[in-house]
Write a protein that binds this ligand. Sequence first.
Ligand SMILES: [Fe+2]
Length: 281
Amino acid sequence: MTSSGEHLPGVPHLGSGLGYRRELRDHILRAAGRIDVLEIVTEQFMDAEGELEELADHFPVIPHGVGLSLGTVGPLDRDYLSRVKRVCDLIDAPYYSEHLAITRAPGIDIGHLSPVWFVEDQLRTVVDNIAAVQDFLGRPLVVENISYLLEIPYATMSQGEFFHRMVEATGCGVLLDVANVHINSCNHGFSAEAFLDSMPLHAVVQIHLAGGFLDGDVYIDGHCARVNEPTWKLLEVLAERVPVRVSILEQDADFPDELTPMLDDVDRSRQIITAAGEGRR
Ligand SMILES: [Fe+2]
């Protein structure tokens, strides 16, 4: 925090946009007037510098990684981090975002985002990794809450306390995925708003929105549908509490023929965040 009270004051207010997907390239370029900012998946652009520069000519671009594995014990993969840094430097990224997750153990790639265990040892590992990544990249890390089907038992602290202590120890920011909060609250039977209250909201700089689906009585984080009303409600609650500097709609599949429904969701997120900001003044 600074004397002005804003966490990570170097992070600009970039507005509302969506996650770039190659299938949507032409639609996105045509709709540039309705998209304030694009988020890319870093790993997809490590060997696509020309494509990245083209996007950066039209939009502010922020990089979002999936392979850092902040919960893994041991030295970070310096080759991988060098490639991340190259992407960040190319687009002059104000921060780098990743998930609070484990994606690999030495010699094993799990292939998806697995939850960390909310205990002291794990916190130390995550804090050490975040500090090393921020040092290496020369920019702040912004850490995202994931959706999870398995809650690892015998935790000694809540996820909220884990995030608080992680932010306090490293100065990192938070990417609050409000869809993940809704999904986890449905699947694990807790209050989504109480979860928001438990998090270090002062450190939130970015949010994610997405739509999923029900498989039986399990909510799946499918990134394949419109954002549902409980998720919009959570964004309203959050935006009234803190200024959201970046809002990104994530959709990975079942794209509409035209981008219109996705652009409408981008508009709605911008309206919610703007109205809440005016209400705070
Ligand atoms: Fe997300």
